[in-house]
Write a protein that binds this ligand. Structure first.
Ligand code: EPZ
Length: 420
């Protein structure tokens, strides 16, 4: 078990390269189940979730190698159509193998994902979509059994905009017989990335980047390669970390258009932000103005950076309200920030952060991937040392975070610990 020790007071400055998007990689990897061959995914982040997904695919017969952020997947010899609980309990995105397996092999046995630290994570839309495509779905002993000789094109409307369900149903529909229309589909950059990948593999998809996708099913697809888009959530995390420490930081290898909502909020808070085609520079000389955010589906402010915004607003001159319309209970980080001295009130689906209280280091507990990032950032502005336990949460979605922060001048180190 590892922990981070962060000493507050450093001002971040310099340049950092942002990794490929975890949530794009986790959607791209299962496309290798849709065709036989060797797939090369460039700019793949070397983080824990990518490793977990690689092991899941390996036990299904995929051979893989991840070297210098290039992931090669060889799906020539698939031997299993099952995703065991031991993988799904570690990473919900394991359910992404469901659509491809049913579409290509006519069957799948995938463990139901468990709960999550920030609330219920249902998969009803994944299952309803597959049933609408003609799959027979049964749930037995915690496993989803899905069967269908050949999926049939249909019209499926997503009751809510769901990244995961859109990814899963899209990967099923591309091999279905006939035309499929998906309405109220998610169109996050990560969904666009996988749709582009499927087209490169020979799929026929129109409406990419919009909530309505038209898919003309094909009989077979072929292997393809792709360069993973930059991680907009890591980028947002680093932009806020720079602003919190009154720093001056340039992020390289980013797509500024993916960060429009975050950049607007940072400018409202008083930051100066400039961008080129693939970089963003942020500087901040003062404590931030209080700025409210409401997390919602793209292109709104992302739920995956609302915890980081709360940490930022601990320094604001006033009070800022943070709402999350996607995960109304995603505020598990609040009690941990309160241990550092933060003045935060929470209610149903919101938190109110009152700035100005003095922050002193303490031992805090990570509860989920993005909460742990907000604790690291809070430690950078607290007096003294902050210990962040259970950084395995953070390692799931950030590649070498302590090294990147150290290169920008943060005082952070990783230590082994027996503490749990
Ligand atoms: C993806 O999760 C991301 N994970 C999450 O990032 C992100 O927070 C989330 O999208 C929202 O943007 C990956 O891409 C691997 P959803 P996902 O389906 O697909 C409801 C991180 O930190 N819903 O878009 O599971 C659901 O309850 C992770 O990197 C249903 O009701 O999220 C939620 O309210 C955390 N039924 C809303 O839709 C379903 O069948 C959006 O969830 C599926 C979802």
């Amino acid at each position: 078990m590892d922990k981070f020790i962060v000493t507050g007071g450093s001002r971040l400055s310099g340049t950092v390269s942002i990794s490929g998007a975890k949530n794009a990689s986790l959607a791209l990897m299962p496309t290798c189940l849709l065709a036989s061959g060797v797939f090369t995914l460039h700019n793949t982040p070397n983080n824990r979730d990518v490793h977990t997904f690689s092991l899941l695919l390996e036990q299904m017969g995929v051979q893989w190698k991840l070297e210098k952020n290039v992931l090669t997947l060889d799906s020539t010899n698939i031997t299993s159509h099952e995703a065991p609980y031991e993988y799904v309990k570690q990473m919900r995105a394991s359910i992404y193998v469901l659509g491809p397996l049913v579409a290509r092999y006519g069957e799948a046995m995938v463990s139901l994902p468990g709960g999550c630290n920030f609330g219920p994570r249902p998969v009803d839309l994944h299952l309803k979509g597959l049933e609408k495509l003609g799959a027979e779905i049964t749930i037995e002993s915690g496993y989803i059994h899905a069967k269908c000789k050949r999926l049939q094109g249909t019209h499926f409307h997503f009751d809510v905009s769901s990244v995961g369900a859109t990814v899963n149903i899209l990967m099923a529909a591309v091999l279905a017989h006939g035309q499929t229309t998906l309405t109220n589909a998610a169109f996050e950059p990560e969904v666009i990335a996988i749709a582009d990948m499927l087209v490169d593999m020979g799929a026929q998809i129109s409406g990419i980047g919009t909530p309505t996708l038209e898919i003309q099913g094909v009989d077979a697809l072929h292997a393809a390669n792709q360069t993973t888009i930059p991680d907009r959530i890591e980028a947002g995390t680093f932009l806020i970390a720079a602003a919190m420490t009154k720093g001056n930081v340039t992020l390289e290898n980013v797509q500024p258009s993916h960060l429009a909502a975050e950049i607007q909020k940072l400018e409202e808070a008083g930051c100066v932000v400039t961008a080129t085609e693939n970089s963003v520079t942020i500087s901040m000389d003062d404590d931030p103005q209080p700025v409210d955010i409401t997390a919602a589906p793209y292109p709104a402010y992302p739920t995956d950076t609302q915890a980081q915004w709360a940490a930022f607003m601990m320094k604001c001159k006033g009070a800022a309200t943070i709402k999350d319309t996607i995960y109304p209970t995603r505020f598990g980080y609040v009690p941990e920030l309160q241990r550092l001295g933060a003045d935060i009130e929470t209610g149903d689906g919101y938190a109110i952060v009152r700035g100005g209280s003095s922050l002193t280091g303490a031992t805090v507990m990570s509860s989920d991937l993005r909460a742990s990032a907000s604790l690291v950032m809070a430690g950078m502005i607290a007096e003294g040392e902050t210990e962040i336990l259970r950084v395995y949460h953070l390692d799931r979605g950030y590649e070498g975070m302590e090294h990147k922060l150290t290169s920008l001048g943060a005082n952070i180190r990783r230590e082994q610990t027996e503490e749990f």
